[in-house]
Design a protein around this ligand. Sequence first.
Ligand SMILES: C[S@@+](CC[C@H](N)C(=O)[O-])C[C@H]1O[C@@H](n2cnc3c(N)ncnc32)[C@H](O)[C@@H]1O
Length: 203
Amino acid sequence: MKYIIEHMEPEFSEWVVLEYTQIIKDVGKENLVLTSLPANTTEKDIPQQLLDLGLQWTTQECIQIDNGLDHSRVCLLDPAAETDLVPNDQQKFDYFVFGGILGSHPRIDRTGLLRDKYGFSGRRLGELQMTTDTAVRTTQRIVDKQVKFEDIKFIDYPEIKFNRYESTEMPFRYILDDTNTPILPKGMLKLIENDCDKGIDDF
Ligand SMILES: C[S@@+](CC[C@H](N)C(=O)[O-])C[C@H]1O[C@@H](n2cnc3c(N)ncnc32)[C@H](O)[C@@H]1O
């Protein structure tokens, strides 16, 4: 099973680097390709942290990798798809494509650019927006680990408490770990804390 992220952000922001780092660790560097980087990209444009983890990247579009993909074996993870991803989709697809897009609230349909451009079969992961790393993690649970979507424990729009009076809501759905804590990339809470210029007491 191969996971492809079509990079659609103008730069490698800290948020993007933390998400991609976590995805490489989750699925393994041999199973992930970052595609559609700008034509003039060279290795020095890729964050060292990602190179050190063995990130495979290319300026080619996803459809061109591995000597050209068989269109019928590629699935676009698409929040607007009419069909939800199920474990049996493991038989139908070899490649799963995600938008390397930072979420926005309210949601803007940038995944639609990929939908229109490639016309791959689309699958949805429920009706709520996930971060890219959560979408990859959820897909991995469903197709690699054969867990049904309804058997995965999620939390919607978790609240991060900074102190007794202040908090912020993350406008995404996250997977919960065994201790019922939302799974975020390592370092993400610290980044949110810095962005908000506040201290986080708890989640
Ligand atoms: C942060 S989301 C992008 C949301 C963005 N506002 C959009 O829809 O264009 C990044 C990627 O994760 C995947 N994703 C997130 N939530 C999803 C869902 N509920 N169903 C299917 N794919 C999802 C999609 O591949 C999407 O391009």
